[in-house]
Design a binder for this molecule. Sequence first.
Ligand SMILES: [Zn+2]
Length: 374
Amino acid sequence: MSKDTFSLKEMRNYKFRIYPDKEQEQNLTKWLEACRVIYNSALADRKNHYYRNGKGLTRIKQQVILKADKEKHDQVKAIHSQVAQEVLFRVERAFNNFFRRVKAGVKPGYPRYKGPGQYKSITYTQYGEGLGASFQNGTLKLSKIGLVKIIVHREIYGEIKTCTIKKEQSGKWYAVLAVEEYPVLYSPNCQAIGIDVGIKEFATLSNGETISNPKHLVKSEKKLKTLQRSVFRKKKGSKNRIKAKKRLARHHEKVRNQRKDFHHRVSSQLAWKYGKIAVEDLQIQNMVKNHNLAKSITDAGWGEFVSMLSYKAESAGREVTKVIPHGTSQQCSRCGNIVKKDLSVRTHVCSYCGLVLDRDHNAAINILYKAKAS
Ligand SMILES: [Zn+2]
């Protein structure tokens, strides 16, 4: 992406477990099978058409054929029209990929027919009230299927565009929502900012703003510690310990997702807002010493966050500078003298120039200065 044309919009998939009841599951299974038939016949039609006429069949023409088929076949008629139409997009994609491979001179692999059980998902191409799929009081409303129980375990940040219902090998059902992230306003004045990583707050900026960890993440991280303890309390090799370990692993995954989500959101916002971003290079410090567990966890997350921030900022033509954090919390950001304080002292009080500032705010300003000097 160049500086002038970068897109403010990012698409992301959110996957949630759903629990269709017996009847819904039967219907969804029927739909999968009907979609498989539509897919295979659309594939055959394209092939035959090419064989007879020497040219391909377009999706638009196939839509007309599908409409006519709908009147003849009850299974097709039973499916929501968006879901049936979407199958044709998949066929089109398969052919486009095939032609791209031919053009590139790699092994093309002609689009294949799908055998029983090989067609695994269906897609509602429109999301929203009165459209194919929507949320209604915490349940997922699928047109012509009904209200389906869904577990939304992470916050959705953006506008839902499509909803894909998927059956996995395990027999579990999932909804995959394609979400267009909310654009964050791009600030043309390209201010520079320094960011200090914290323990209590996620980060403090050199302009004094703080970014807090979201409440649901804090809660989940607390639960993680409880689950960790519960594993150690169970007897080694026991069934209960195995169970507890599984529970822990599942929750760990959840926390990871929540944290990643939060990092995505914050890094997007910072990357669009600021032209020059200065952060601490914590890997260097880690090599020196790290005895504080809480801090080391924070630092591990920080590394992930910084790499996200870097690629987003760089793709928008912005600059991220990593500085060695040594001394950033001890030095006075106004007069430059060293004011010694341990981690428990939360306020910087300078006896030389009289500056009184939140400890992390002072550090963030120093980080910004260091980046400017480097
Ligand atoms: Zn001072």
